[in-house]
Design a protein around this ligand. Structure first.
Ligand code: WQD
Length: 341
């Protein structure tokens, strides 16, 4: 019988791509989402790609009664992939309690219910933000955790600690913490992708909206950093590559006996790209110009960070494979799909 995976936040950006990969790999998926930052139409996209509509439970994981009801109505959940969280760095500074409440209560509720319902493993979405500004690049999992610079970043650090402490206390579960670098792009079918509400805060959705004429121009936040072209460097990872890593991680937790109860992996390509290089890649891949100007630095930005993904490559047998131009093409196809609607 197929294993059943609860995907919290499964109609969101990374969640929806992961649901597709889980279903393609033969897992039965139950999504719980409160649709606070996504819409129900995503299920149509998932169904169009995979030929299967996942079970959908509308509800908020911060509410224990709701979450319990979801477990009761969907007996036999083997594993959880937890995407349900607030994720805007700037907003977290304005509304810290919202971030601590959403991100931490969701996690603690899930952890508490897992042993009760016999759920064995949880994959947690962490972030390279836990490393702050690295002393060296590429950065591996043994690098020091730096003090968080936003409540959002702090929820990721605290969540990692909560999971470790809970497992240390003897809870009969296992976990894999995945530290994402910068997820971008969309499914190559253009049936699912990122749907930012309002003005995008992240680079790629802003870039594609500027290329589509929805925004006047993209502002490159600073060209006086200590990098070859002066703009900041990140490790941009294709969302489908990222989604596939989750399938490998949950399979490892559920099927492999001899692994450590908590494991941590960086998910990145190992390649740093500057903002200007990313714009060039987009223009090369699509033939579409990105109207842009150089602006001031954005407060709190890290100068450069990229992953050493060796541990994920060797232990998980996972490598990011989608070429950046392909990722940009997919991001553009998705933008065109959204604009046409
Ligand atoms: C990327 C680069 C900007 C917008 C985010 C999260 C972080 C972590 C990783 C999840 C930077 C530049 C951006 C624009 C620009 N994710 N930029 N003009 O800041 O690396 O971090 O992803 O946990 O927590 O915040 O991503 O996409 O905002 O920026 O020049 O209009 O693009 O300065 O160099 P960031 P981003």
């Amino acid at each position: 019988m197929a294993q059943k995976i609860l995907v919290t936040g499964g109609t969101g950006y990374i969640g929806s791509h992961t649901v597709v990969e889980l279903q393609n790999a033969g897992y039965e998926v139950v999504i719980i989402d409160n649709l606070s930052n996504s819409n129900i139409g995503v299920l149509d996209g998932i169904e169009a790609i995979t030929g299967k509509r996942p079970v959908f439970f509308e509800g908020d994981c911060t509410d224990m009664n709701t979450l319990r009801k979801c477990f009761e109505e969907n007996p036999g959940i083997n594993g959880i992939i937890n995407f349900a969280a607030s994720k805007a760095v700037g907003e977290s500074v304005q509304k810290p309690l919202l971030y601590y409440r959403n991100n931490l209560n969701t996690l603690m509720n899930l952890l508490q219910l897992m042993p009760e319902f016999g759920t064995k493993g949880i994959v947690f979405s962490s972030s390279c933000t836990v490393y702050g500004e690295p002393d060296v690049n590429p950065i591996d999992e043994t690098a020091p955790i730096k003090p968080a610079t936003s409540p959002y970043g702090n929820t990721k650090q605290i969540s990692e600690e909560i999971i470790k402490d809970y497992i240390k206390s003897g809870a009969p579960i296992k976990s894999i913490l995945l530290r994402y670098f910068n997820p971008i792009g969309a499914h190559p079918t253009a049936k699912i992708g990122e749907l930012p509400l309002g003005v995008p805060q992240n680079l790629v959705p802003y870039l594609t909206q500027a290329a589509a004429g929805i925004r006047k121009e993209l502002t490159v936040f600073g060209n006086d950093y200590n990098t070859p072209d002066g703009s900041c460097i990140r490790d941009y990872i294709d969302v489908v590559d990222l989604a596939k890593a989750h399938v490998i991680a949950i399979k490892r937790i559920l099927d492999k006996e001899d692994t450590d109860p908590v494991e941590i992996f960086n998910l990145g390509t190992g390649r740093g790209l500057s903002v200007l290089e990313l714009i060039a890649s987009f223009e090369r891949a699509t033939g579409v110009k990105v109207p842009h100007k150089i602006g001031d630095r954005r407060a709190g930005d890290i100068e450069k960070i990229w992953a050493d993904p060796k541990k994920a490559n060797e232990v998980l047998g996972w490598t990011a494979v989608v070429p950046i131009d392909e990722t940009m093409k997919n991001a553009w196809a998705w933008q065109c799909h959204v604009t046409e609607k």
